[in-house]
Design a protein around this ligand. Structure first.
Ligand code: FAD
Length: 361
């Protein structure tokens, strides 16, 4: 069949919170754009997270630009379903042109723009915003014997909730929030052993999403002013003491061990050579930016990242990267921070396109 070709000013790849925030400002700027998202339904990765996950702060502290998240009745820290519902209503409210499901397979350089390929058609865009998140690139480190282990192994990305682990001996690997929260709930139904590469760094009990955002905002101001960076949220620790994690601490379930040296058919081998049996291992070892679709551009990478000035690729100024974490801007991967980053990206695009129009005229 003939490939459908479309021409727009801007293509946004990814219709999660970062892509929608970009859509809000593109709409306001009056640009012609499309948001391509490979999911069947709105909500981005919030559709996939484990059932008990709660936002780090109350609804009113999680606003996308224009229309803040309404409170979830009877709940202070909203759950993922509420967040998905918010994103669905957000894209309807601003009539954002999200096309689903459209899976972008490659981005190529073209005359006066970039070509965005997908089985559903091809788009020519004068600028591209990549906002594909990290959920599709789960990271699992490699350890000797992993393949031999006869028990169940899974990553945070496919963790289904605690029910199927009842009565098991479970290894939980990782020193971040996902590990702490998954450990907290698994330890209520299973015999858990927590392993981390370095001792876990717990944040003070009173730090929640609001505090994190304020700290990220300060870091952004410091970077802009060119003064010494006070370290951002990382300096506070790695683990937010949400209610379930505090409760696990009270039960004595938050004790972490140094990493095993490897796995065997039946379990783990500890640094002193002793072995212990386990039924399952849950790898809460993080995610990497999902950037496979950008490979055809052959951009230089540094530690897996594409070098940017703010959100803009230094090598390819038509390309912006939004929402992948502190890499493109502090807090850009949070609901409250997505808007600020998107606004800057879109205003840079607007001035570049205006500039090119002038030169072409
Ligand atoms: P995503 O939500 O992943 O959206 C990207 C979209 O792009 C998805 O729909 C994806 O399917 C699509 N896509 C990917 N590749 C392609 C492709 N090639 N073609 C087309 N479409 C594609 N943030 C907070 O503000 N508060 C919190 O409490 C919080 N808790 C978190 C807890 C966990 C466990 C995690 C992992 C993150 C949390 N975050 C939180 C961070 C962040 O808000 C979420 O990760 C959020 O989903 C990131 O949004 P995004 O739009 O960048 O990416």
């Amino acid at each position: 069949p003939e490939i459908l070709r479309h021409r727009v000013d801007v293509v946004v790849i990814g219709g999660g919170q970062a892509g929608l925030a970009a859509g809000y400002f593109l709409r306001r700027a009056g640009l012609d754009f499309a948001i391509l998202d490979d999911r069947q339904e709105p909500g981005g990765s919030w559709q996939r997270v484990w059932p008990s996950l709660r936002l780090f702060s109350p609804a009113r502290h999680n606003p996308l630009p224009g229309w803040p998240m309404p409170p979830q009745p009877g709940v202070e820290f909203p759950d993922a379903d509420h967040t998905v519902d918010y994103l669905r209503r957000y894209e309807q409210r601003y009539e954002l042109p999200v096309l689903r499901p459209v899976r972008v397979t490659g981005v190529h350089e073209a005359e006066e723009g970039l070509l965005v390929d997908s089985p559903q058609g091809q788009w020519h865009a004068r600028a591209v915003i990549s906002a594909t998140g990290t959920w599709q690139s789960p990271y699992v480190p490699s350890y000797p014997g992993m393949r031999e282990f006869a028990g169940r192994q899974l990553h945070t990305a496919s963790y289904p909730g605690p029910e199927s682990f009842e009565g098991e001996r479970v290894l939980v690997v990782g020193g971040g929030n996902s590990a702490a929260q998954i450990l907290a709930e698994l330890s209520t139904v299973a015999e858990t052993t927590w392993v981390t590469r370095r001792p876990p760094r717990f944040m003070p009990d009173d730090v929640d999403g609001r505090v994190l955002f304020d700290v990220a905002t300060r870091q952004r101001a410091e970077r802009e002013a060119g003064v010494a960076d006070s370290g951002g949220v990382g300096a506070l620790g790695d683990i937010v003491m949400v209610e379930s994690v505090r409760a696990a601490r009270e039960r004595g379930a938050l004790h972490a061990h140094p990493m095993f040296t490897g796995l065997t058919r039946d379990g783990a081998v500890w640094p002193d050579g002793s072995a212990e049996n386990f039924d399952s291992a849950v790898w809460c070892t993080g995610f990497r930016p999902a950037l496979r679709h950008l490979r055809p551009l052959g951009l230089r990478r540094e530690s897996g990242r594409i070098p940017t000035a703010g959100t803009r690729s230094i090598e390819l100024p038509r390309l912006h990267l939004l929402g992948y974490g502190d890499w493109t801007e502090p807090a850009s991967a949070t609901l409250i921070g997505a808007g600020r980053t998107a606004r800057t990206a879109v205003s840079e695009i607007v001035s570049t396109l205006a500039e090119r129009n002038r030169t072409n005229a």
